[in-house]
Ligand binder design. Structure first.
Ligand code: ADP
Ligand code: ZN
Length: 221
């Protein structure tokens, strides 16, 4: 048995990763990002990573079998007992069904699926300029959020930063299409299961953090 199972739904740039990191801090949960796991597989040059690389760079979805294998591996580690925030998973009806089954086998179910509601056009600008600290993963943006001291991470003092290969305007449009075609229908799935929470997410990071904290406090009580 494990703690709450929270899902963050929303298009690329909606703030899933940022908010997942905050929920880790606020509630002692474990962020589980299939995007991060896939990028690690690409960097490590595993077979799954070699298959995923070109698909990710084209802004399309990696096949369910690869994603599910990577996710199940991660779910087998003991720290997930604290409860998880799934960030970027599930992304297809097949993945949602597999997750429902995985949880049912463990006598559990999705605690809440939180849909971050944003406007597509703003996502292109957000994603195109973003980068992260190579050491601690803190997120920054060319226009919206530079470090207080240029070139130095506010959080850890690191001086190396990285950008994702798929964070450019063209690939973002592709990813938005994939989101609307394959992932947005999951909102109705979780609504039917009565675990859907919709959160307006065009406001400030701290405002959204507070909305999420309310929801998580309520559903995991
Ligand atoms: P974002 O939410 O900003 O698009 P992610 O890091 O979640 O960023 O995903 C980056 C890419 O990794 C996706 O465009 C896709 O190619 C792949 N990916 C991540 N998670 C999944 C998933 N659950 N199913 C299929 N592909 C995925
Ligand atoms: Zn840092």
């Amino acid at each position: 048995m494990m703690g709450p199972v929270l899902i963050l739904l929303g298009p690329p740039g909606a703030g899933k990763g940022t908010q997942a990191r905050m929920l880790e801090e606020d509630f002692g949960l474990v962020q589980l990002s299939t995007g991060d796991l896939l990028r690690a597989a690409v960097a490590a040059g595993t077979e799954a990573g070699r298959k995923a690389k070109a698909v990710m760079e084209a802004g399309q979805l990696v096949s369910d079998d690869i994603v599910l294998a990577i996710l199940k591996d991660r779910m087998a580690q003991p720290d997930v007992a604290k409860g998880v925030i799934l960030d970027g998973f599930p992304r297809t009806a097949g993945q949602a069904a597999a997750l429902d089954k995985l949880l049912a086998d463990a006598g559990q179910k999705v605690t809440a699926a939180i849909s971050l509601e944003v406007e597509d056009e703003a996502m292109v600008a957000r994603v195109s300029g973003r980068y992260t600290c190579a050491a601690c993963g803190e997120g920054y943006h060319d226009e919206f959020k530079q470090p207080a001291q240029a070139g130095v991470c506010d959080k850890c003092g690191g001086t190396a930063f990285k950008r994702r290969a798929d964070d450019n305007a063209e690939t973002v449009r592709e990813r938005l299409q994939a989101y609307h075609a394959q992932t947005a229908p999951l909102i109705a799935h979780y609504d039917r299961l009565s675990v859907l929470e919709r959160v307006p997410a065009m406001g400030s990071i701290d405002g959204i953090r507070a909305s999420l904290a309310d929801i998580v406090g309520r559903v995991s009580a």
